[in-house]
Design a protein around this ligand. Structure first.
Ligand code: FES
Length: 486
């Protein structure tokens, strides 16, 4: 009897990112069946994993949680109705497995008696053959083989994962994520950087309507929006009000930069983080009832007391209501002046956006080079965190070419390197000879045609960098740039 597991769950079980498993599939070291991994294949491909010890798995998860600063370390339990439904389902599985075992037991008893019966009148040769078969059966039934012990440990861990989280596949985009704790489908999608359509996020507008293709969901929040009977019959649900009981497939649109409307909201200042006299970050909190929809790499217009400015968002769309904007102090920028001098926690900032199309190509599994010139680190940071939450890139290299403000979030970049084996950070000191520096950077990539490059900086820096990268073999269509006023 085969037991198949989805790739994302295998990744959780073995404590490896999905791209590592995808590489194993590509190289033929891990076999899949319809995108699923068979239990025996899992045990064969990962003989070194200690299935009865999840310490390593917890350690990696904790490092990632801390490095991304995006998840609360304390994971809440699933909603109680969802928990009951999941336990019921497990109970049904257990009952079915138990009934099957009883049946197999009966079959074995019958077989044992039948062999004994046949032995009585058998020739010496047949007697020996039957005796050997019977001895083999009894011996194997009496002792548990080591593979069965391992399989039991894997299944036990998988069961715990299934109680704590459910796997979601979005069609037709193919995005996958887990719904942990008591998150709704919408909350989990946003937390994982998947930009599904939504409006109010509290059951009033109907913008988050989607169709359940397979699996089971439970309503965990009441909603005022009324679904028509025909919609209910067709499996339509509100993503902001439902949570999955088991692994589900949902049909829903994933928004691109052009699909997200410009929104206006008033946000509260959480804190002002001054890195140095030239650079600061503004942390704001969107209201619970009106979060800002945006994609990594986009910009917003901020205003307070009659002064305003447009800046790159530096946080990930997966960070719930928190928005970080990094602002360099430039002459003539009144909003930046206010940020460095008078802005306080709890002040209200008017936010308008998002703007811009400097966003990830989520369909590209190619390795990525991020090129940040000075304060161009802000949109690059947002893109990197978005790419991490989506777990899509084969590898990510960050080249940060500092200006006078320096590598003001150096520690964060180093934490990413520690937490991820496919992330590489290369800081570059300020230079007067940008040409020489760019020549050296592209020399490290003899296979640039395989890469995507995302770059943010001044128009002149970008033009210079683009020329170097294209000359060194990058495909023109794989160059993505955000020209900033820095
Ligand atoms: S987002 Fe408005 S009803 Fe779900």
């Amino acid at each position: 009897m085969s037991h198949l597991l989805p790739l994302s769950r295998v990744a959780k079980l073995v404590g490896q990112p999905r791209h590592v498993l995808q590489e194993m599939i590509r190289s033929g070291t891990l076999a899949t069946f319809d995108g699923m991994v068979e239990l025996d294949e899992l045990l064969r491909a990962f003989p070194e994993v200690k299935w009865d010890d999840d310490a390593e798995f917890r350690r990696v998860t904790e490092i990632k949680d801390r490095a991304f600063a995006k998840r609360v370390l304390e994971r809440a339990l699933p909603d109680k109705d969802v928990l009951v439904a999941r336990l019921n389902e497990l109970g049904d599985d257990y009952a079915a497995a138990r009934a099957l075992l009883l049946h197999y037991g009966n079959v074995m008893t019958w077989l044992d008696e039948k062999i004994e019966e046949l032995e009585e009148n058998a020739s010496a040769e047949t007697y020996h053959a039957l005796h050997a078969v019977r001895a083999f059966l009894l011996r194997n039934l009496a002792e548990t083989p080591p593979e069965a012990v391992l399989a039991q440990a894997v299944l036990a861990q998988e069961r715990i994962l299934k109680i704590m989280s459910a796997h979601v596949t979005i069609q037709p985009s193919g995005h996958e994520f887990f719904v942990d704790g008591n998150d709704t489908l919408l909350e989990a999608a946003l937390r994982n950087g998947v930009s599904l359509n939504y409006g109010c996020s509290n059951g009033n507008c109907g913008d988050c309507k989607a169709r359940l293709v397979s699996g089971e969901v439970k309503k965990v929040h009441a909603h005022d929006y009324v679904l028509k009977q025909a919609e209910k019959d067709a499996g339509v649900i509100l993503l902001c009000a439902y949570a999955p009981v088991n692994d589900v497939v949902i049909e829903a649109n994933v928004a691109g930069a052009r699909d997200i409307p410009v929104q206006q909201l008033s946000a509260k200042v959480k804190s002002v983080e001054v890195f140095n006299p030239r650079m600061a970050a503004l942390h704001i909190l969107a209201p619970r009832s009106q979060r800002l929809r945006f994609l990594g790499g986009q910009h917003v217009q901020l205003g307070i007391n009659g002064v305003s400015g447009r800046y790159a968002i530096a946080s990930c769309p997966c960070e719930d209501r928190h928005i970080e904007v990094q602002i360099p102090r430039r002459p003539g920028d009144a909003f930046a002046d206010a940020l460095f001098t008078t802005l306080n926690a709890s002040d209200t900032v008017e936010v308008q956006g998002p703007y811009g199309e400097f966003v990830l190509d989520e369909d590209s599994p190619r390795p990525v080079i991020f090129l940040a010139f000075g304060a161009g680190f802000a949109p690059i940071k947002s893109l990197i965190q978005h790419a991490m939450s989506l777990d899509i890139a084969e590898s990510m290299d960050l080249h940060w070419l500092a200006d006078e403000a320096g590598h003001y979030q150096d520690n964060l970049c180093r934490a990413w390197t520690d937490a991820l084996d496919n992330f590489n950070y290369v800081p570059h000191a300020p230079t007067d000879d940008l040409d020489a520096l760019l020549t050296n950077i592209v020399l490290d990539y003899p296979d640039l045609h395989r890469f995507d490059v995302y770059a943010a900086g001044s128009a002149a820096q970008l033009e210079q960098a683009r020329a170097h990268f294209l000359r060194a073999g990058l495909h023109e269509a794989r160059w993505f740039a955000d020209a900033l006023d820095i």
